[in-house]
Design a protein around this ligand. Structure first.
Ligand SMILES: Cc1cc2nc3c(=O)[nH]c(=O)nc-3n(C[C@H](O)[C@H](O)[C@H](O)COP(=O)(O)OP(=O)(O)OC[C@H]3O[C@@H](n4cnc5c(N)ncnc54)[C@H](O)[C@@H]3O)c2cc1C
Length: 305
């Protein structure tokens, strides 16, 4: 992360990143996802911003909140029901990226997966930085072997290992394909964005041919078009085998409406916060990735006056 981003005070980070967060309660987030479906036909995957936890109480609170989220979205009609996205680091005070052993994380994810299975709710396990890759893929394989077929994976095209990893995923698993937001060393990852995006196309085709449901997640319209117009026909699959995903708050209304008109499923990743202190790391990453956010938010602020 750009060291300058680290120096921005938390209240300013929160201010600039506000358009990307759907509120500070589960009820507000649920209202947002229902409105997205009602007004624009967009599905959602709901995410509690809950990183950088320091106490067992916070880990427990994250688990409890996810169980409540499962119950709440399980009561929504099936056609508009959001999926849930979660991060393994949200359930441990010994995170792997700080040299810990991730204690508690797998058990928490399994409990959420069990409850989600009972409520007919789908779950995606987000992919965090490189220290988490083996842990997360192992967890996914274990859950799949235990029969939790409603749990999906995320693969990052920037990592060189992904080329092999995608061959080891259980057949049929739902896979979100992203370039990856964590900066990784050049010996294990691409550093060139266009190359990462080219891999979105080649890896998506391989996943489709392996029988996976592909969640193609990028805001780059040109790559979404190439995916829909070249990769999908080349793999010989229909619209029931893929969807396009973007982040809530990134202005892509017209493009997404156009996809919907073509009968393509589109889903927004909708984060919400309970405690802002645990949302700050996510928000800093967004600022680091897209510093123009500062300019956009300031412009909108003055435009409204
Ligand atoms: C649904 C979803 C889930 C994700 N899950 C994960 C995950 O589990 N693990 C992980 O490592 N990464 C995840 N990511 C992040 C992803 O890896 C990329 O970092 C992110 O999508 C930016 O890359 P891009 O392909 O959109 O291309 P970019 O080149 O970054 O973006 C393309 C264009 O979109 C616009 N844009 C991008 N960001 C913004 C913004 N914040 N505000 C306004 N405009 C913007 C700009 O015009 C930019 O030129 C996820 C992304 C999405 C969309």
């Amino acid at each position: 992360m750009n060291p300058l981003i680290r120096f921005i005070p938390a209240f300013l980070v929160r201010f600039f990143a506000k358009p990307y967060v759907a509120g500070d309660s589960l009820d507000q987030a649920l209202a947002v996802v229902q409105k997205l479906f009602r007004d624009r036909g967009l599905l959602a995957t709901l995410d509690l911003l809950a990183e950088d936890i320091r106490t067992d109480e916070q880990a427990q609170r994250n688990l409890d909140t996810y169980l409540r989220m499962v119950d709440a979205v399980g009561r929504l009609p099936a056609e508009s029901r959001p999926t849930l996205s979660l991060k393994p680091s949200s359930y441990t005070t010994a995170p792997l990226h700080e040299g810990g052993d991730g204690a508690g994380s797998f058990d928490a994810i399994r409990r959420i997966a069990e409850r989600a299975g009972e409520r007919d709710v789908s779950l995606s396990v987000d992919m965090e930085g490189r220290h988490w890759t083996d842990f997360t893929l192992d967890a996914l394989r274990r859950l799949h072997a235990e029969g939790h077929r409603h749990v999906g994976a995320v693969l990052q095209t920037r990592l060189h290992r992904t080329e092999q990893d995608l061959e080891t995923l259980p057949p049929g698993m739902r896979v979100r394909l992203v370039i990856g937001i964590y900066r990784e060393p050049a010996d294990i990852a691409l550093v060139d964005k266009p190359a990462m995006k080219e891999r979105l196309l080649t890896f998506a085709e391989r996943l489709l041919r392996r029988g996976h449901y592909v969640e193609f997640a990028t805001h780059d319209d040109a790559y979404v078009r190439r995916f829909v117009e070249q990769v999908v026909p080349s793999a010989g699959v229909g619209p029931d085998r893929f969807e396009v995903q973007m982040l809530y708050g990134v202005p892509r209304e017209r493009f997404l409406a156009d996809l919907r008109r073509q009968g393509i499923t589109a889903r927004l990743y909708v984060p919400f916060a309970l405690g802002w202190e645990m949302a700050i790391e996510y928000l800093r990453r967004r600022l680091d990735e897209y510093p123009a956010m500062v300019w956009l938010v300031t412009k909108n602020l003055f435009a409204r006056r």
